[in-house]
Each structure stands twice: as structure tokens, then as C-alpha cells.
Write a protein that binds this ligand. Structure first.
Ligand SMILES: *Cc1c(COP(=O)(O)O)cnc(C)c1O
Length: 359
């Protein structure tokens, strides 16, 4: 039996995709082998990766002057790769809206002068700071954001005013959840294990002029965007099976109507949960309303014992992974693209019942 999996990542995938992959496990498309077993230089795999890229380009409307790279090392490796490739002036502006942004900021300090230009640490990252007129250094190579804060449940509803500087965004937990204007960014990247596919793949969408030989001295070959761009993500063995699953999820998203339709569906889903939280006498959301994420919804009862009881009883009822991040406690429901609306409706029913029983 499948449970409702509210994990923040690795997270729920569309059942249809998993079934298709299962059916193709022993014999992919007449090749007589699994995608896991085939050469990444084979005709069959070449078709898998080029189709995946094209479908992603279609979904996000990615302009021709952007490259799509399928890399490894997770989102965390990008924390270093970005400054190594982009910090020509050894200066960059970071907006600190949570743990992932902070980690990226700290990593960048190994390579140059990373400047924190805004932060919401004063209220445990429960809001997005006003970024309309930040003090961005004249010689900053880029401005960095974590667009959706997986742990704290906030999302930039408006991109920062970068004052003409290149915008770099970690979109790990909001990737493909709604349409984006790619032209506003220099780099959009994310680990796929939150909203797209299995762990082991990170997708980097990068404007071509940012791909240069001119990286920081000592940058390893594998950490140069140029290496991967010049070789169409096949410089070395890519995370082939993961890319194959991502490709299936792209097809699924197209079938669902694309990102406009996903946005509508995600808004509807999140509203069910937020509306309940807003009228509940027991549970409450922890994020400023205007900055609420559609993907990650943290909430608390205000009583740690009751939180633990809720998580335990929810698990027994088939709602998995509702415990909040270990650094913040409480609960968090991650309701990514693949979480069906019924999953959220049933969770709210369960929360209502729990509230009555524990009034
Ligand atoms: C999970 C997460 C990361 C870290 O991803 P890894 O692939 O484990 O390195 C980074 N940023 C955000 C926003 C995340 O949600």
C-alpha cells in the first residue's frame, strides 16, 4: 500500500512515472536491458537525455542562449561551483533567508568576499526581507537567493532588485511548481530530489555568457560549467538513471497541462491546508502570510509533546514524514507537484479530528 508521503526530499514522485519505470526495468524500449545497465554513449540513452532536455526547455520556455546541464553533487556542490565560475571580481551579494542560503553564503566565503545584503534571521526566517532597494556592491559578480526555503516554508513572490547584477537562484524545492521567466536569471539550479526525480541529479540552467574558461585558479575540470556545457552533460558518466526518471516526470508535467496548470493545482492544494491552519484553534502556520510557500508548509501546535503525538498518530494513519526539520521542530507538510489533492484533503480531515480529540 502506498502512503501519503509529505517528505521534504527525497520526496513523492508521480505514481504513473514509477509504474512506467517498473514496466521498463528489465527491458527498456526493446534494448533488452535496463537504463541502469546501458552505456551513456548509446543511441538509446542519447535519445533519453536529449528528449529530457527538450521537454524541460518546452516546460520552462528556456531561451536558446541558456544551456541546460544535468550534473551530480547535489545542490550543495553548486554552493562552491557558482563562486568558482562566477566570482571574477571576487565579490557577491547573498540574501540569507534560511539554512540553505546561509550554507551557500558560507561556502562562497572560501572563494571571495560574499556579502550578506539582507537576512530574515531575526525572526527565525519566517519571512522574506524587502529586497526592492538593497545595498548591492558595485562590483558584485552576482546576487544569490534561495527562492523557496524548504525548511522554513517561505518563497520569494517577487524577485529581488539586483540593480542590474546577475541573479543566481537555488530553486531546489520549487522547481517546475509554477511558470518562471528564465530571462530574469543568470543561473537557475536545483537538486531534483525535491520536486522532480530521484536524488543524484542537479539541473543547472545557465546563461551562455556566464560559461567561460575564466574560472578561479585551481577550479577542478569537473567543477567548470564549460566542461559540462561543451560536452552536453556527457563529459563523464552522468547520473543516467536519474535523468531518465526526470525525463518521465517532464512528460508527466506536459500531460498535466504544463506549469500554468501545475501552478493552479498547487495553489488549490496549498489553500486547503493554509485555510485550515488559519481558522484552527490548535494548529498554526509559522510563516508570514504574504511569503508562504506553495510547496513546504510548516506548522505547530505550540506544545512539543502534542506535536510529537500528532506526528506519531499521523504516521499510524498513513501520513508519513510530517515531522518538521530537526533544527526547527513542529511539523512540515511538503506538498510537491506529485502530491495528489486527496492527500492534502485527507491530511486536513485528520488534523480536524486530532484537534477535536485534543481540545
Ligand atoms: C535540499 C536542498 C538543498 C540541498 O540539496 P542536496 O542535493 O542535498 O545538496 C539545497 N537547497 C535547497 C533549497 C534544498 O531544499
Amino acid at each position: 500500500m502506498r502512503v501519503y508521503n509529505f517528505s521534504a526530499g527525497p520526496a513523492v514522485l508521480p505514481e504513473e512515472v514509477l509504474k512506467e519505470a517498473a514496466a521498463e526495468m528489465l527491458d527498456y524500449n526493446g534494448t533488452g536491458m535496463s537504463v541502469m545497465e546501458m552505456s551513456h554513449r548509446s543511441k538509446a540513452f542519447e535519445e533519453i537525455i536529449t528528449t529530457a532536455e527538450q521537454d524541460l526547455r518546452d516546460l520552462m520556455n528556456i531561451p536558446d542562449n541558456y544551456k541546460v546541464l544535468f550534473l551530480q553533487g547535489g545542490a550543495s556542490q553548486q554552493f562552491a561551483m557558482i563562486p568558482m565560475n562566477l566570482m571574477k571580481n571576487k565579490k557577491a551579494a547573498y540574501i540569507i533567508t534560511g539554512q540553505w542560503a546561509k550554507k551557500a553564503y558560507q561556502e562562497a566565503q572560501n572563494y571571495g568576499d560574499a556579502v550578506a545584503v539582507a537576512s530574515s534571521a531575526d525572526k527565525t526566517f519566517s519571512y522574506i526581507p524587502d529586497c526592492s532597494d538593497l545595498d548591492i556592491p558595485e562590483d558584485a559578480d552576482y546576487v544569490y537567493i534561495c527562492e523557496n526555503n524548504t525548511i522554513y516554508g517561505t518563497k520569494f513572490k517577487q524577485l529581488p532588485n539586483t540593480k542590474g547584477k546577475t541573479l543566481v537562484a537555488d530553486v531546489s524545492s520549487c522547481f517546475l511548481s509554477e511558470p518562471v521567466d528564465v530571462t530574469k536569471y543568470g543561473i537557475i539550479y536545483g537538486g531534483v530530489q525535491k520536486n522532480i526525480g530521484p536524488a543524484g541529479v542537479v539541473i543547472v540552467i545557465i546563461r551562455e555568457d556566464l560559461i567561460t574558461e575564466d574560472t578561479l585558479p585551481g577550479t577542478p575540470t569537473m567543477l567548470k560549467y564549460k566542461t559540462h556545457a561543451d560536452n552536453k552533460s556527457l563529459y563523464n558518466t552522468p547520473p543516467a538513471y536519474g535523468i531518465y526518471i526526470c525525463g518521465k516526470v517532464f512528460k508527466w508535467l506536459k500531460k498535466m497541462g504544463g506549469l500554468e496548470a501545475m501552478k493552479e493545482r498547487n495553489e488549490k492544494k496549498a489553500k486547503i491546508l493554509y485555510d485550515f491552519l488559519d481558522q484552527s484553534k490548535l494548529f498554526k502556520g509559522t510563516v508570514e502570510k504574504k511569503d508562504r510557500s506553495l510547496m513546504n508548509v510548516p506548522f505547530v501546535t505550540g506544545n512539543e509533546e502534542l506535536d510529537a503525538k500528532f506526528v506519531k498518530e499521523a504516521k499510524a494513519a498513513g501520513f508519513e514524514n510530517l515531522k518538521g526539520h530537526r533544527t526547527v521542530g513542529g511539523m512540515r507538510a511538503s506538498i510537491y507537484n506529485a502530491m495528489p489533492i486527496e492527500g492534502v484533503e485527507k491530511l486536513v480531515e485528520f488534523m480536524k479530528k486530532f484537534e477535536e480529540e485534543n481540545a
